[in-house]
Design a protein around this ligand. Structure first.
Ligand code: GTP
Ligand code: MG
Length: 170
């Protein structure tokens, strides 16, 4: 079978939206109820097998706490893909996600694939961000869009598979 295509992917988003939890679900199929905040960034890898190719994601999971914001360019520089996450129960986290998208559009690789992900879909009863609002913003900006839950696992694979499908074959 074909040699894996390596893809550098960065995760960005407000603190506690569940970036590390999405990665932990994707990489280990696990969830931790009291996951500690990321300090600086964490690096993980995971493969995604499609019909015609294997993508090896090299994932930089950044820290959302404001004191680490200045480190982000080191991680999105040369990234081919970005997951920008927000929490569907926190409207302010969508605003923060939009500001990351703007920064990526100005400063990152012009061909970067950006996926907007509304996490914590299991907390539907506490939702404050309507699906249609985030969906409309994503399509206006040309972003992939998924709502997912790192806790239940729902639609987490889809986030990474949709990105993998958009990576051109070498
Ligand atoms: P920073 O590293 O500080 O930027 O945070 P983060 O975005 O990596 O968030 P993290 O994955 O650490 O999750 C923050 C909290 O939200 C933890 O207590 C998680 O257990 C919880 N959490 C993450 N994803 C979900 C989810 O899908 N549903 C629910 N209910 N809780 C979640
Ligand atoms: Mg984290």
């Amino acid at each position: 079978s074909a040699k894996p295509v390596q893809v550098k992917l960065v995760l960005l988003g407000e603190a506690a939206v569940g970036k590390s939890s999405l990665v932990l679900r994707f990489v280990n199929n696990e969830f931790q109820e009291n996951k500690e905040p990321t300090i600086g960034a964490a690096f993980l890898t995971q493969k995604c097998r499609l019909e015609d190719k294997i993508i090896k994601f090299e994932i930089w999971d950044t820290a959302g706490q404001e004191r680490f914001a200045s480190l982000a360019p080191m991680y999105y520089r040369n990234a081919q893909a970005a997951v920008v996450a927000y929490d569907i129960t926190k409207q302010a986290s969508l605003e923060k996600a939009k500001s990351w998208v703007k920064e990526l559009q100005r400063q990152a690789n012009p061909n970067i694939i950006i996926a907007l992900v509304g996490n914590k879909l299991d907390l539907e009863a506490e939702r404050t961000v309507p699906t249609e609002e985030a969906q409309a913003y994503a399509s206006e900006q040309g972003l992939l869009f998924t709502e997912a839950s790192a806790k239940s696992g729902e639609f987490v694979m889809e986030v990474f598979t949709e990105i993998a499908k958009k990576i051109p074959l070498e």
